[in-house]
Write a protein that binds this ligand. Structure first.
Ligand SMILES: Cc1cc2nc3c(=O)[nH]c(=O)nc-3n(C[C@H](O)[C@H](O)[C@H](O)COP(=O)(O)OP(=O)(O)OC[C@H]3O[C@@H](n4cnc5c(N)ncnc54)[C@H](O)[C@@H]3O)c2cc1C
Length: 401
């Protein structure tokens, strides 16, 4: 092997680059800052590894919003079905959940990661753990390692350094200044698929934190989706919130305010709710009357008490309207450190079609460190795998292999 490629970052994108390169006549070294590989991938598997989504590709690709053209290029020969074939090669059987999301039968990431690393080692990939890239010196890549500083040279390098959420899993975005030295201005990382702070009263927060709010429709501008979320001590989080989070976050950044709107009874029309609420209450308490006539109770009822004026409860028309469109004012997104993913990163404008940096020939970027975002639903991992693959192929092309 006369040519060598260094891959910095051993997450899904970096490993997929190694997958491509290790099948050709090239020496592959993966440098990873943490003591083990794929920590975020393993964390993703803790609550059920959502590998990809089974929806039609024409819809799937729209999930990448204004970056769909850039991302779609790299799906050309690696679509969700190809990811499933790849998982199968690693003996990972998958199933489609009721929402169309695709999971491994074992739900975890560890069997896939173990089998994959094993196969990469057999193909000759060398893994250098506890090697944190800390910059350049005389065209060499400098790493902090337990044995001190080391410097390496390679014929091509793939950066797959991840975004900046959950920094304790390894990806911290601390490489931004080193790319800036080379004139690459990285867009600041911001939370994506994140929760939001809400000013709950102490009473509501103490009573309902940790409780799911199920089967509601969340609307915000042109976003409208049914699902569920969770009340936290000081806000909201969960899949439905994450789906709307990019739009909510951008509105908060732009105007300083944003309210999401909840339909607490999506299967019942306003008219039906009004009729039901008009039924004579007798001596029944107001809460019991609402529960018996509309089915609204528990945390949903708590939300109504939290956000609507007392007099509205006496007016069936207005109360029905509030049940169908309850505004929840948000304060701000929760921190980047707790977000599922991040937006921001290296701009596609700084990269050619093969993900090579225009300003540093021979250096490629892949995965979440690039400036794109997508909702949860398997879209993040699918794109990271596809981008890692594209960077691997890009490096082969650059090396003329
Ligand atoms: C709780 C949670 C659940 C998730 N669930 C899902 C899910 O179900 N489905 C889905 O599609 N996505 C999910 N994601 C997102 C998904 O895990 C990430 O998008 C994906 O791991 C990003 O892959 P990557 O290879 O680009 O970056 P990473 O996985 O972050 O890997 C980057 C690697 O680079 C290393 N690194 C960083 N800096 C340096 C340096 N200076 N030197 C050397 N190494 C360095 C890091 O240690 C890390 O190992 C989840 C994320 C979280 C946090």
């Amino acid at each position: 092997m006369s040519k060598s490629v260094a891959i910095i970052g051993g997450g899904p994108a970096g490993l997929m680059a190694a997958e491509i390169l290790s099948q050709r006549d090239v020496k592959v070294d993966v440098y990873e800052a943490m003591p083990s590989l794929g920590r975020k991938f393993l964390m993703a598997g803790k609550s059920g590894l959502n590998l990809t989504h089974s929806e039609d590709y024409s819809l799937f690709v729209t999930r990448y919003g204004n970056k769909q053209c850039e991302i779609a290029k790299h799906f050309a020969d690696f679509k969700p079905k190809d990811l499933l074939a790849f998982a199968k090669e690693l003996n990972v059987k998958t199933f489609v959940g009721s929402s169309g999301r695709v999971f491994p039968i074992e739900m975890k990431a560890s069997p896939m990661l173990r089998a994959w690393i094993h196969r990469l080692k057999i193909r000759g990939v060398t893994f250098h753990l506890r090697h944190r890239w800390t910059g350049w010196e005389n065209q060499q890549w400098v790493f902090e390692t337990p044995a001190g500083i080391i410097k390496i040279k390679s014929n091509a390098t793939i950066l797959a350094l991840g975004g900046a959420s959950w920094p304790k899993l390894g990806a911290k975005g601390d490489w931004v200044p080193w790319l800036a030295q080379a004139g690459i201005i990285v867009k600041p990382f911001i939370p994506a698929n994140c929760g939001f702070y809400v000013k709950w009263t102490t009473h509501f927060s103490e009573k309902f934190h940790g409780q799911p709010v199920k089967s509601v429709v969340l609307s915000f501008k042109d976003f409208k989706q049914q699902g569920e979320f969770v009340i936290t001590k000081n806000g909201v989080e969960g899949s439905l919130i994450y789906s709307a989070s990019a739009k909510l976050r951008d509105e908060l950044t732009l105007t300083g305010q944003a309210s999401l709107t909840l339909d607490l009874a999506p299967d019942t029309s306003t008219e039906k709710l009004t009729q039901a609420l008009r039924r004579p209450r007798g001596t029944t308490s107001l809460s019991n009357h609402i529960r018996k006539t509309t089915g609204i109770q528990g945390v949903k009822l708590g939300l109504l008490y939290e956000f609507i004026a007392k007099e509205i409860f006496q007016n069936p028309d207005k109360l029905a309207n509030a049940i169908k469109a309850l505004p929840i004012p948000l304060v701000s997104p929760t921190s980047l450190a707790t977000a599922i993913s991040s937006a921001g990163g290296v701009s596609f404008e700084d990269l050619d079609d093969h993900l090579m940096l225009h300003k540093i020939p021979g250096v490629f970027c892949a995965g979440e460190m690039l400036d794109w975002e997508a909702p949860t639903g398997g879209y993040l991992l699918t794109a990271c795998f596809a981008l890692g693959r594209a960077a691997g192929n890009g490096a082969l092309r650059w090396l003329g292999i």
